[in-house]
Ligand binder design. Structure first.
Ligand code: PEP
Length: 250
């Protein structure tokens, strides 16, 4: 992903039926066609809506993403969706290692790395999520925890490919709480350093997104923090007006 252009990605989680998608994307496409965004815009709906979204955004600057994938390309994994299937349905990106998956499904750094590698194999850009819990932050371990997650969740296969890392403090997701701008900058710097060390490069090759209660009223300040290359947006991406407010702040 080009670092100069910010990426604003919406994560719909397990929300949205066809009618919701039609309404939100209808409003978004009209607004973005009238005034093209100065950033990259992506929407990651539930897998059931990926193909419908891909059809709806044809000719419009909105990219389509999945929210998770299995590491395997195919096989006896009831309910599973592979990166190849997301690609086939029209996706160009996929979120991997979201804290809800790490916490609810016990996903480890090793598995997240395998999923990111699967995304690369399928021709998708992975958005690899990392972030500390409140206990880890209160213990003064936020930077160390996030650094370890980057070192262990980012496969070398991303070198030369389109990808992003998203720093999402677990305690900021869906809570209305956000770190201070100085805390965001501190962790993003650590993510950048870890990315460079892990991939053995001279400079970081991908944007680092911030995620966790990004709203239209705090987006401009967060997106102006040095090192912040975009935002991963949950709740506010479900309403066209709110998501547009964040896109316009980038
Ligand atoms: C998320 O789930 O990735 C997220 C950042 O959610 P929210 O914006 O609702 O905090």
């Amino acid at each position: 992903m080009k670092q100069s252009v910010k990426l604003i990605a919406g994560n719909w989680k397990m929300n949205g039926l066809a009618a919701d998608l039609d309404a939100v994307i209808g409003e978004l496409t009209l607004a973005l066609q009238a005034e093209p965004p100065s950033c990259r815009v992506a929407v990651c709906p539930p897998s059931t809506l990926i193909s419908r979204l891909a059809g709806a955004v044809r000719g419009c600057p909105i990219e389509v993403g999945g929210q998770d994938c299995r590491a395997e390309a195919h096989g006896a994994y009831t309910g599973g969706v592979s990166a190849e299937m997301l690609k086939d349905a029209g996706a160009g990106l996929v979120i991997v290692g979201h804290s809800e998956r790490r916490q609810e499904f016990g996903e480890t750094d090793l598995l997240v790395s395998a999923k990111a590698e699967a995304a690369i194999r399928a021709g998708l850009a992975p958005i690899v999520c990392v972030g500390e819990t409140v206990e880890q932050r209160e213990a003064g371990r936020a930077v160390e925890v996030v650094r370890d997650q980057v070192m262990n969740s980012l496969p070398k296969a991303v070198v030369g490919r389109d990808f992003a890392v998203a720093y999402e403090p677990v305690w900021a997701i869906g809570t209305g709480l956000t770190p201070t701008l100085a805390q965001i900058e501190e962790v993003h710097r650590a993510v950048r350093a870890a990315m460079i060390e892990r991939l053995g490069l001279a400079s970081a090759p991908a944007p680092i997104l911030y995620g966790g209660s990004v709203k239209p009223d705090n987006a401009r300040a967060i997106l102006a923090v040095p090192e912040v290359g975009g935002a991963l947006v949950g709740g506010a991406s479900l309403k066209a007006a709110d998501f547009l407010g964040i896109i316009r702040a980038a």
